[in-house]
Design a protein around this ligand. Structure first.
Ligand SMILES: O=C(CO)COP(=O)(O)O
Length: 255
């Protein structure tokens, strides 16, 4: 079953108003394949979401980088999933490793967030991934399976979930996973989904790779059968992002 390629740009906590306007113009002018071929989502910091949502080309979508785990209320500093829906923001990134490690978000907390965001109609890019220490001790699959299980325990409909495998050691380090390393985990994850959730979910859920993806390394990664796109950090702030969107399609269409 065909899975539409998915490219996310995670801007993280970057950008001034002027820089954001420049990135949006750059994206608006970029020549990229039709939205029938590739789904593109960019994720600016919360404060820039309305600006980006209203000025970005209509064939790209926007995503928030986080949201609160339940309905809003007395949770100072948080942004609720309902508010995102209210502003017409269709998608949210949840469980990013920076939040898991710096803000102690547990697997269960991330699972609850994913379930709540889906319940109000958001699409979710759910991030998982192992640390270098976990990889070196041979527990990569156990770690990502536990992270995915915590989501699967709370979610019954996977239609609006994209799973982002982002090995922590590859994020922002320039040390991209080799195509073989990434494919191995993506394939194992798909098998896990098959055995633990179901054949249909395993066949249709996009599993995208994140961690030091750039214009130079994306083609080889994109050629892997179980890599359905990318979640791009640093390179999503640069014109290179358009190359990543393009080269993915070129590569897959040649297969
Ligand atoms: O964390 C990432 C995307 O969510 C990846 O970041 P980099 O592409 O900067 O390594």
């Amino acid at each position: 079953m065909a899975r539409k390629f998915f490219i996310g740009g995670n801007w993280k906590c970057n950008g001034t108003l002027e820089e954001v306007k420049k990135i949006v113009s750059m994206l608006n002018e970029a020549e990229i394949p039709s939205e029938n071929v590739v789904e593109v989502v960019v994720s600016p910091p919360f404060v820039f979401l309305p600006l980006v949502e209203s000025s970005l080309r209509p064939d790209f979508q926007v995503a928030a980088q986080n949201c609160w785990v339940r309905k809003g209320g007395a949770f100072t500093g948080e942004i609720s999933a309902e508010m995102l829906v209210n502003l017409g923001i269709p998608c949210v990134i949840l469980g990013h490793s920076e939040r898991r490690s710096l803000l102690n978000e547990s697997n269960e907390f991330v699972g609850d967030k994913v379930a709540h965001a889906l319940s109000v109609g958001l699409k979710v890019i759910a991030c998982i991934g192992e640390t270098l220490q976990q990889r070196e001790s041979g527990s990569t699959m156990a770690v990502v399976a536990a992270q995915t299980k915590a989501i699967a325990d709370k979610v019954s409909n996977w239609a609006n979930v994209v799973l982002a495998y982002e090995p922590v050691w590859a994020i922002g380090t320039g040390k991209v996973a080799t195509p073989g390393q990434a494919q191995e985990v993506h394939l194992e994850l798909r098998k896990w989904l098959h055995d633990s959730v179901g054949a249909e979910v395993a066949a249709t859920t996009r599993i995208i790779y994140g961690g030091s993806v750039n214009g130079a390394n994306c083609r080889e990664l994109a050629a892997q059968p179980d890599i359905d796109g990318f979640l791009v950090g640093g390179a999503s702030l640069k014109p290179e992002f358009a190359d990543i969107i393009r080269s993915l399609t070129v590569m897959k269409s040649q297969l």
